[in-house]
Write a protein that binds this ligand. Structure first.
Ligand SMILES: O=C(O)c1ccccc1N[C@@H]1O[C@H](COP(=O)(O)O)[C@@H](O)[C@H]1O
Length: 235
């Protein structure tokens, strides 16, 4: 997408054109737009998602549809309406859902399937081969809390657990789960992995009031050396 091969920074949950502009100018390569997250604070209607997808592209970033939904016809309709080419299946959608989505949107769709790690164990580990055969392009590793919370947990994964999970797939992967400017140092081995493709952040991109802050996002992009903030950039 960036053409550089550099790791990507995704920031999740934009709800306005101001959010999108801030995220893109602060270093986000991918902007998460929610649809099919019932009760979610950043849930968007299809027309609102379409408007923010346009704004994201205009700002030079790539919109990503983030969803808990497994309703393939509805998802395909939203992808067509919005022109979004990346979809992040963040719940427990099965490999058959990935395959059906691929069939419904045959051209140019990048499918990201989230893998949930709870107490060191990847829940989807037995299904990794099936997800690959179904057409998953990337996996995204995120934390599942002991009380079952999924998405924006702020809970940090152990690097060893991440490396153990990606051992069982040949696909590129994104890392999530409480990532910040400060904890980049804990993930040297993950960042050095040949299939590491970047990071996905929510909590640390926001201030105490839940608003995105450019300062935090720039700090994350610099610390993690993502595509728009390469290693030799002067802060
Ligand atoms: O951000 C959310 O609340 C959310 C809701 C539903 C699906 C995904 C969501 N966000 C994802 O949560 C992780 C990162 O969260 P954090 O940095 O630990 O707060 C990331 O994968 C987001 O895409």
């Amino acid at each position: 997408m960036t053409g550089t091969g550099a790791p990507l920074l995704k920031v999740c949950g934009a709800t306005s054109t101001a959010d999108v502009a801030l995220l893109a100018e602060s270093g986000a390569d991918l902007v998460g737009l929610w649809h099919g997250i019932p009760g979610g604070h950043a849930e968007l209607s299809p027309p609102d998602a379409a408007a923010l997808a346009d704004a994201t592209r205009a700002a030079g970033a790539e919109p990503v549809l983030v969803t808990f939904s497994g309703d393939v016809p509805a998802l395909a309709a939203v992808l067509r309406l919005t022109g979004i080419r990346w979809v992040q299946l963040h719940a427990y959608q099965l490999p058959a859902t990935v395959a059906a989505l691929r069939a419904a949107v045959p051209d140019g769709l990048t499918v990201v399937k989230v893998l949930h790690i709870r107490s060191g164990t990847c829940l989807e580990r037995p299904l990794l081969g099936a997800y690959e055969r179904a057409g998953t392009d990337l996996f995204l590793l995120d934390a599942l809390t002991d009380d079952g919370r999924v998405g924006s947990t702020g809970q940090v994964l152990d690097a060893a657990d991440v490396l153990a999970a990606v051992e069982h797939t040949d696909r590129p992967f994104l890392l999530a789960g409480g990532l910040s400017e400060a904890n980049r140092v804990d993930f040297d081995a993950v960042v050095a992995h040949p299939r590491y493709a970047g990071i996905d952040v929510d909590t640390a991109a926001r201030d105490a009031g839940g608003r995105f802050t450019g300062r935090a996002i720039r700090g994350i992009a610099r610390a993690w050396h993502t595509a728009r903030h390469p290693r030799d950039e002067v802060a």
